[in-house]
Design a protein around this ligand. Sequence first.
Ligand code: SF4
Length: 387
Amino acid sequence: MFYCSQILSHVFTDIALVDEEEDRLYGDKRGDELPPELDSPEKIRKKLQELEEASGKRVKRATKHLIEQYAHGDARQKEKILEKLDKAEEEITKSEQRAVSLSDPEARFMGNKNHMELSYNAQITVDHDSGIILANYVTQECTDRHQLQLQLELVEKNLGALPEGTKVSMNNGYFIGANLWYLEQKALDGYIPNSKQAQEQKGKKVEEGQYSQDKFVYDEDKDHFICPAGGQLTRKGEYMYDDKPLYTYYGANCNECPFRAECAGKKRIRVITSDGYEAERRRMAAKMRSDLGKEEYRNRKETVEWVFGNMKQNMKFRAFLTRSTKGARMEHNLVCTGHNLKIVWGKLGRNVPALGKISGSIVNLASQVCGLTRLSYSRDLLVCSQD
Ligand code: SF4
């Protein structure tokens, strides 16, 4: 269902050129005659084969279908197809992907288990005690890194400010320094494992070098690192990466160090790079190593994973039926509302009159019922709608 934009633009350029040449040769006719090079399915197939051979890329079924539609369509249909291609081109440029779906150009390739799929990234925040979804959002972003703040803002929009100390747990996808800093600023009790801890939680053993960055002690007040051999690394450089500042710390005593080869490799001195959130990262790692941290993280599965399970297994919501980000957001919102209604229905003992008396939103009810002391975040990749 995908297409290679270059191939398509060649095809349509060819068609346009043929059209022009035909006008020159035959003058005005009906206006819907096909270019002679493309006036039969055989010729279209031959043209596509030539393009495939020239580009070395396979033209997918949807592309062929579109070209046939263009060749046989009237002026309005042709205009619609060109609009579709313009949109696809725009999304290819925006996404920096090599291809997009013609059915839903706003979907993005995302890694789902062992393969890539055109999907949207659906985010939910769930109250631990009730299982009610307090906020949801659908994003085109392939990772979860920048979703934490938005989810918290949505929860607070729905419920008002979260009490200090509210527990919030997320998986490793949300572990970036800026998120940890944000949680601390809001005095929320976050639980997010780093990648090593996430692997260990899954029972995998992660080997760490004796001189890996985690083995260096960070002194927040003095803003320097102390290496395993007792040497100091001080901040000397700063540069921008991905619009964010990164800081470099250089070892002061590496020249005479007997462990230099193991620690710094072929370099003369050991250099450490950090993003300015080293202290937050260390605090979170220490919390997640504690028994409490491990237990809270285990609780997360009970809080949030079953909600996606319910939506996918019981409510049969496995792929979006609508297209575009706007459509996917609306659809996801409805599914989340359905999930919440089922919970409220259960809590009210299936009492129809009581259900009718609920004023305000379900999330307000959730805050009254549950007291909101523990939230969990999760994401799921949901495949985009296709023809
Ligand atoms: S090479 Fe430098 S940073 Fe590494 S252990 Fe030796 S003194 Fe410490």
